[in-house]
Design a protein around this ligand. Sequence first.
Ligand SMILES: O=C(O)CCC(=O)C(=O)O
Ligand SMILES: [Mn+2]
Length: 323
Amino acid sequence: MGEILGLLKVVVVQGKRLVIRDFKSSDPYVVLKLGDQVAKTKVINSCLNPVWNEELTFSLADPVGVLNLEVFDKDRFKADDEMGHANLNLQPLVSAARLSHVLRVSSGEMTLRKVVPDSENCLVRESCISSVNGEVVQSVWLRLRGVESGEIELKQRDTCYIASAGLPDLVYSGYKPHAYSWNEFPPLRDILDAVHKELPGSIFNSLLLNRYKGGNDYVSWHADDEKLYGSTPEIASVTFGCEREFLLKKKPHKSSQERCDEKPPPLKRFKRSSSHSDQHSFTLKHGSLLVMRGNTQRDWLHSVPKRAKAETTRINLTFRRVV
Ligand SMILES: O=C(O)CCC(=O)C(=O)O
Ligand SMILES: [Mn+2]
């Protein structure tokens, strides 16, 4: 379906009882891999119980894979020694994030799901996936494999979803969420009001917030065509901070309803900065409002690609209507 799953932030918190690889200790660092994305922590010298507290960012695309973790001992004059490895299935976190998307989870703390240790996974103990102030977080202790001892603590979070009160009750994976009020987020409520004023007749009742910390953060090709947004989703996208390029391209398979001479979808208030017949590029500046509506999600994919020059943070709010 080409669904966007957002960004995954993984904090490598600490390690415990790591193995000795040098004379009396080790100089450990952690490598995380998700598909072809690789990120590393810094090296902590001479320490078997290191505290990294480092946040590493990955993009999550469908199908979500398995996060692979490896610990190494940094050596100067020879290849780094292995200190164990582990993996973590990301599906439970992603399902919980989807769940929170359709909930009106905005404040407070709520356990969405529990994952228990079994022979397949590396969990040391039960791990809770919770919504904390609108963010989906999971904390896990992973037992390192291939070594006599060692555990690593990770904390992961997905991007933030907020949705409004007043939607009909939803049951998702057997779970019936409590509806929180938008009024707990006055600045977001104000932005929603401003968007409604700009777009008379449109009604949005949920919000996905994406933070791009720099040019390496991106959103891959997708359409926001989930059923919960109805057959012609309307999405109002507001940008703050660093300007970024927004791309639209035709879906590979044309819908039968579509006419061959169909023009690109109407995008309010945007000058196209470039266009090939089936792909269009727009620059989303600070304060801009972009609207996708009609058959845009049915017929087109969109993305925010990596850009080396985008050095500062961009916050993007996409207001949507769950029907
Ligand atoms: O950041 C953007 O401009 C787009 C984000 C997006 O497509 C999404 O969250 O579905
Ligand atoms: Mn999107």
